[in-house]
Design a protein. Structure first.
Length: 174
């Protein structure tokens, strides 16, 4: 009887020591992940474009490459303009890629003092000024708020030509 009791206690201790890494319970994702912005929506799909370029020139590729991946989010509230950390379990190699979402975390951004719009709202406004086809291939290069002029400056970089476009967005509440 004592033998069975010790085995039962040992089993309980072992079960209690297991590590459950279920990604749905995590509030932040583990590395490796990419960081960037949601720059377009097509139905229920969103387009992620990395904020940092990768350099493939050492292997004969281009010097400045921005990942761009369409994905369908799970039940999370994610929208164009949001800055996110994301990882994908499968990505088709087209450009932009088609990805199967593994983990996603919307990263809250500090709202500048005196600003009415959030960074995400300012980015959404800037992207809406582009033609529908153009914004699918832009990376958000820089965002800044000028309290003197009460306006945002959103610099977008076209992912194929690397041409930069800066759009001024008035900081009026909508």
């Amino acid at each position: 009887m004592m033998k069975y009791l010790l085995m039962l206690i040992g089993l309980i201790v072992l079960v209690g020591c297991t590590n459950d890494n279920d990604s749905t319970n995590n509030t932040s994702i583990e590395e490796p992940y990419e960081s960037g912005y949601i720059t377009a929506q097509d139905g229920d799909r969103l387009l992620f474009v990395s904020s940092e370029a990768q350099d493939f020139s050492d292997t004969g590729g281009i010097e400045e490459f921005y990942s761009a991946i369409w994905f369908t989010p799970d039940d999370q509230d994610v929208q164009v303009g949001d800055f996110i950390h994301v990882s994908f379990s499968v990505v088709e190699t087209s450009y932009p890629g088609q990805g199967t979402l593994d983990q996603l975390e919307v990263v809250p951004r500090d709202q500048p003092e005196g600003a009415n719009l959030t960074e995400a709202e300012a980015i959404r406004s800037a992207l809406s000024e582009l033609s529908d086809d153009d914004h699918w291939f832009y990376a958000v290069a820089e965002t800044s708020f000028d309290p003197q002029s009460a306006s945002w400056s959103i610099t977008l970089k076209q992912t194929d030509s690397l041409e930069e476009t800066t759009i001024e967005v008035s900081d009026e509440e909508s």
